[in-house]
Design a protein around this ligand. Structure first.
Ligand code: BG6
Length: 514
């Protein structure tokens, strides 16, 4: 019997494709963006929305509403979005796709505490439900500083826009920073959860939207090859690196006083650690996946003593390639006495049978040698070498390196005989590269995450508990740093402060030079 003739097995092919290769298309819905004139919206969100429309993944009547203080007409807003799309979209610009998307755009002017502007927004959504067929399904994207979350959530509740009904849904999508420490994160979660139940809250960690990050799950759990080795019997240590070559010019308002650990370790790097270290989930439903991440995060803590197992640095002027660049304290808008770290590293340990005794080294920095994010799982030495020591002098530890970006792929490093009459063993690389193996281009992280939020797919969104557990791991490190004053300087274009090298050297390890 075909699935269409049996109502109990009937499947909506759009929402629940039997053939998982069919694209997942969002149902009737619209998106309201708060902070639409900000950098993130202009550079990432608006281009991603266009790319989704261009790929045919948004419903035909999709509506996009901007909310902000500018005195903009619908046409002004359309022009602004079009500029952002032309500058940032991944896919080609197509007039007919643009026209259809632009028809569903509206701009509502107002502050975050303005009752009448929010009432106006509510009327706009109702009107769009009728004219565009958005069916009362709305996601509110808060691309605004967290100190405005409370005001916006309150207004959405007051004006009746926050509540889902049996027929229609309301969701909120929020951007980091989720607080400044455990206490403020908890307060923020309470503020948001007082208005939106947890299942309607989608916290963005854009690293989870990256193909290569999702591939950690495929690599580990779809294969037989890796998982038997993925434990303290074979793994010596793990290095998670997120290096950037850019500086912080233009970002003082957000970054000064926040620093590298809060900016990316608390979220992106700890999420990477969770995916690398967690047990196999029973399934990939949000609850099961999140349950495994939560379990491993609960078992993760900083190695002691923290002062020796962490490092912080701040870039000073130096040569970044062929360009001589300023130090942080000379960058526009930064306090000349700023103690904000632009480099952060720490050693974490996981108290579980699988990982006991395996250090997880995390590092991130601005103005480093080059831009690269990678996870290196470094293996122990073979228990015995039947070769003379001289023959294996050039053999390092075996390693599996997941290259998150750029040159996305996976590299396996192992020893191989050097051709010739002598037995000499040297490291070689076996390299899988996305660009050589696949013809499909990877979508941008924000495309994936916005679509998932519209589809109510929450697997790739950290829960309130994950966020709070991450702060719990980081807080003791931040407290020690607070007491220690000024971070160590490192010249721009280098690989960070000496204390970060010493942190590994104490364990007989060294950072990979990616
Ligand atoms: C953001 C941080 O979350 O990630 C930035 O706030 C950082 O400081 C950015 O530059 C890096 O993202 P990506 O996707 O370019 O690695």
């Amino acid at each position: 019997m075909s699935s269409h003739t049996n109502p109990t097995t009937w499947i909506n092919p759009l929402r629940d494709p039997q053939d998982k290769r069919l694209p997942r298309i969002a149902g009737p819905s619209g998106l309201v963006i708060f902070g639409v004139t900000g950098d993130l919206a202009r550079k990432k969100l608006l281009p991603a929305i266009y790319d989704l429309a261009n790929r045919g993944l948004l419903p035909p009547g999709f509506a996009l509403v901007g909310y902000g203080r500018r005195d903009w007409s619908k046409e002004d807003f359309e022009n602004y979005v079009r500029e952002a799309v032309e500058a940032g979209a991944r896919t080609e610009f197509r007039g007919n796709v643009w026209e259809r998307l632009a028809e569903g755009m509206e701009f509502v002017k107002g502050n975050f505490d303005d009752d009448s502007a929010f009432d106006n927004l509510a009327d706009t959504l109702k009107r769009l439900d009728e004219t565009r067929g958005t069916a009362g399904n709305w996601a509110f994207y808060l691309s605004i500083p967290p100190d405005s979350f409370a005001a916006v959530c309150h207004q959405l509740e007051r004006s009746g826009m926050a509540a889902s009904t049996d027929e229609s849904w309301r969701r909120v999508i929020i951007e980091k920073p989720f607080g400044n420490d455990l206490k403020t994160a908890h307060e923020l979660n309470e503020t948001v959860n007082a208005v939106f139940p947890e299942e309607s809250v989608f916290r963005i960690d854009h690293y989870l939207g990256k193909e290569t990050v999702q591939n950690i799950l495929a690599l580990r759990f779809a294969n037989q090859l890796f998982e038997p080795l993925w434990n303290s019997n074979y793994v010596d240590h793990v290095q998670i690196t997120m290096a950037e070559d850019i500086g912080l010019g233009g970002r003082a308002g957000y970054y000064d006083g926040i620093g590298a650990a809060r900016d990316v370790i608390q979220n992106h790097l700890i999420q990477l650690l969770a995916l690398v270290a967690m047990e196999e989930p029973i399934s990939f439903t949000p609850t099961q996946l999140q349950a495994e991440k939560i379990k491993v995060l609960r078992a993760t803590k900083p190695s002691l003593p923290i002062a020796e197992n962490s490092a912080r640095g701040q870039y000073s002027a130096g040569w970044q390639g062929s360009e001589y660049v300023k130090g942080l304290r000379e960058e526009d808008g930064f306090d000349p006495e700023s103690t904000t770290e632009t480099y952060a590293a720490c050693t974490l340990e996981i108290t579980s049978r699988r990982w006991a005794g395996v250090p997880f080294y995390l590092r991130t920095g601005k103005r480093l040698g080059r831009r690269v994010t990678e996870i290196a799982v470094v293996f122990k030495d073979a228990p015995h070498q039947p070769f003379d020591p001289g023959m294996t002098a050039a053999l390092g530890n075996n390693a599996i390196v997941i290259r998150v970006q750029p040159d996305e792929g996976v590299l396996i490093r192992f020893g191989s005989k050097v051709p010739g009459s002598a037995m000499e063993v040297r490291d070689v690389n076996m390299d899988f590269s996305y660009s050589e193996s696949f013809t499909e281009e990877s979508p941008e992280a924000y495309e994936r995450l916005i679509l998932d939020a519209l589809l109510d797919e929450s697997s790739l969104f950290p829960t309130n508990e994950e966020v709070e557990l991450s702060w719990k791991i980081l807080d003791p490190i931040l407290e020690i740093w607070e007491e220690n004053g000024q971070p160590e300087e490192y010249p721009a274009g280098t690989w960070g402060p000496k204390s970060a090298d010493e942190m590994l050297a104490r364990n007989g390890h060294q950072w990979r030079r990616p």
